[in-house]
Each structure stands twice: as C-alpha cells, then as structure tokens.
Design a protein around this ligand. Structure first.
Ligand SMILES: [Zn+2]
Length: 407
C-alpha cells in the first residue's frame, strides 16, 4: 500500500479545474468529467469493475457477496479549494481496495460527483442520487445561469430520466468514509487519525433587528433605537453561550447593516446564526436560548425582532459496531483510538438514510485548514489511515459481524 501514490493522485486530480491557477470543480463541468475519467482509470488499474450511475457517480466493485461494503467520498470541490477535501477519501479507498486481497464480502468504492452543492441548490447531490433519493422532477433545478440539473446530468454522461434510480447496492452492509478532519483537534491531540462518533445537529437562521435610523449628531443617546448595537449584544451572547456549553459551537458569520453609513444610526441589522452540537436536544436548547436572549435584547432596546429559523438538521450518529471495529483496527496499528465529533456534514449523512452501519475516519490536516488551497496532509498520516482501513476490512467476519451465511 502506498500513501505516496494516494497523495500523488490527489495532486493529479488537482490539475482538473475550471479556473486557471485554482482548484474549482463543480458538478457537470468539464473538469469534473475529466477527474471522473481519471478516477475510473485508477479504479480499473486497481482491479475494480467500473460503472457510472445516473448522476455520474463513479463506482468500482471487487469481490463477491454475500453483502457489499462501501467506501466513498466526493471528487467535486468548492471554489478555490484544497486538494484533499473529498479526493483523499476516494483515492485512499481505491488504494485500500487494490491491496486488501480477498474479503468475505463484496467491496465498492464510490466517487460521488457532487457533495459541496456549489452549483445547484442541493447538497449531497451525488450521494442522494446513489441512494435513490432524487426524483426526475429534480432535473428542473437550475444553477445561477439557468442551466437545468437535467442538462448538467447529461454533461456528466448521466441519465436525467433515471434520476430516481438507486445505484447503492441492495445488499449494503455498511459505509465507511475517510475524510480530512477540517478542524484542529487531531493536530492538538498529536494523532494522525480519529474515529467520528456523530455528525453534529445543526441549526441555521437569521435574526433581524429593526430600530430607527437617525442622524448620528442630532439624535440624543436616550432616544435611539440602534439596531446594530442590539445585534452586537446578540453576537457576544452567541459566543458566551457556546464557550460555556460543553460541545456547543455557535457562530455569527454574516452581518448586513442598513443603511451602513458612518453618520447614520443603524435602522436595520440582520445577522446569521449557526449552532451545532452532537446532541439534537442540546442544539435545540441552545438555539431556543439564543432566541430568548435576542427577544430580551430587542425588548430592552425598543427594537423589533424577527427570528427566522432556516434549517434545523438532525444529528447523525455513527454505528457503534463500526466505531468499535475501527477502534480495534487502530489498536492493532498501534494508534490511540480517539473519538471525536464532526461539525461538518458529509456524504455519510446520506448513507445513513440507507443503513445505520455508517462510519467515518478523520485524517489530521495542517492547522485544521480546509476549503482553502493551503489544505495539507502528511504522508505518514495517510499511511496510518490506509493501514487502519485495510485492517478494518480484514477483521474476521463481515464489517458488521453478521453471522456468515451457510454456502
Ligand atoms: Zn468533503
């Protein structure tokens, strides 16, 4: 097994881009099509039988059932991306499949054609298609240029009429995704890899404070209704609550201030919120607590508040059976099996809609940087991840320990 080959292929994929000098590969683009061809070639070289499904996911298969275990991740990117978010999981899976030898179950490697949702208003497009969760009507979705998803699917060699067709195996045993951590925990723990316990519940929305714009010189302080000052209080409350609540992350990342002029009191301020926790109940509690704080701030300052909840996504627990199996593989490889949560969503979220037997292995990335050209992983960490995935697959029995079927 060669970590160098995996990293070399990550470099090769990075050459396929829609933008000169950057890594940008969105769904339906020529660069994604070329990247898919390259991945299909590497799958064939690894001895996998390659097919493409209706949305253009590339699937390689080896071995015989009963049961099929799937390794997967995505090969699309955000704009001006790094080279490891997605491709590392796909290329490491191909390397593992090439070297793992005969297994008592079939193995499939999937390169999902779109996870980031950079072009169409739909995240996990590739894995949704794989899981049979799209419908032919989704083909009418449009990108910012008015191109339909159906047209993009055709450009990827797919079939828009077959958008609802599931390409995931019917005898799916489970799903494992290797992905860069996109955070600093493993670096802080000085560990090459970590076992994901759950993908966090996430809430997103917008709080709008409505006050009264006025002249910065002629409106006395006691007569003001300053929307931005109210929003500022909320921003600090978001930070305070998250710092004081174990496992909670909460962020105001976006602010829109009106009229946003130096000598005018702000009349209307909108701030985004993003609240995440491994437990959906804890997430709900934090979100409701922030809403109550926003109402208190608005009431005290004579402001109107509109609290708009946009998304409330459930947490996705990983399989305890597969986590235990990963921990066993880590111990065999001489690595402390650290468990950690994922604050970000992944294709594993969609896989979890087909089977509870879903797991993720995170690989340390430098300073936690991701969605940025400075994304970086170490070859020795990738070698450890490869070793652990191979050991995981080779542990006795199939990955979820079904009793063997009599032949
Ligand atoms: Zn990713």
């Amino acid at each position: 097994m060669s970590a160098e080959r995996v990293l070399g292929r990550c470099d090769e994929l990075a050459r396929f881009s829609e933008e000169e000098g950057l890594i940008t590969r969105w769904y339906g683009s020529r660069s994604l099509d070329e990247a898919s061809d390259a991945v299909a070639g590497w799958m064939e070289a690894a001895g996998l039988a390659v097919r493409r499904d209706a949305v253009g996911n590339v699937i390689g298969r080896a071995g015989e059932g009963p049961g099929t275990f799937v390794l997967g991740s995505h090969i699309d990117t955000v704009r001006d991306a790094g080279r490891y978010d997605g491709p590392l999981g796909v290329l490491l899976a191909i390397e593992a499949a090439a070297s793992v030898g005969e297994l008592p179950f079939a193995l499939e490697v999937v390169a999902f054609a779109d996870e980031e949702g950079g072009r169409f208003p739909l995240t996990y497009l590739g894995s949704r298609g794989w899981a049979g969760l799209l419908t032919p009507e989704d083909g009418a979705l449009t990108d910012s240029d008015g191109t339909t998803l159906a047209e993009a699917v055709r450009a990827m060699g797919g079939d828009p009429e077959a958008l609802g067709a599931r390409s995931a195996p019917d005898d799916l045993l489970g799903y494992l995704e290797v992905h860069i951590e996109q955070g600093p925990v493993l670096q802080d723990e000085d560990l090459p890899i970590g076992i994901v316990t759950a993908i966090a519940a996430q809430s997103r929305g917008i709080a709008t404070f409505e006050g009264m714009a006025g002249h910065a010189g002629n409106t006395p302080m006691r007569l003001r209704r300053d929307a931005l000052a109210g929003a500022a209080e909320l921003i600090l409350e978001v930070e305070r609550l998250a710092r004081e609540t174990e496992g909670l992350t909460a962020t105001v990342g976006r602010i829109h201030n009106d009229p946003n002029v130096g000598n005018v009191i702000p009349g209307r301020t909108r701030v985004s919120y993003d609240v995440r926790h491994q437990s959906g109940a804890e997430r709900d509690r934090a979100r409701d607590q922030l809403e109550a704080a926003a109402r208190e701030i608005a009431g005290r300052r004579g402001l109107e508040l509109d609290w708009h909840r946009r998304d409330d996504l459930h947490e996705v627990p990983m399989s305890p059976t597969l986590c235990a199996r990963l921990a066993q593989a880590c111990e065999q490889a001489g690595v402390r099996p650290l468990e950690l949560g994922s604050g970000a969503g992944h294709d594993a979220v969609t896989a979890a809609r087909l089977t509870p037997e879903v797991a993720m292995l995170f690989v340390r990335c430098k300073d936690g940087i991701s969605h940025h050209p400075d994304e970086s992983v170490r070859a020795d960490d990738v070698a450890v991840a490869l070793d652990v995935v191979a050991r995981f697959l080779r542990l006795p029995g199939d990955p979820i320990g079904f009793p063997r079927l009599p032949c």
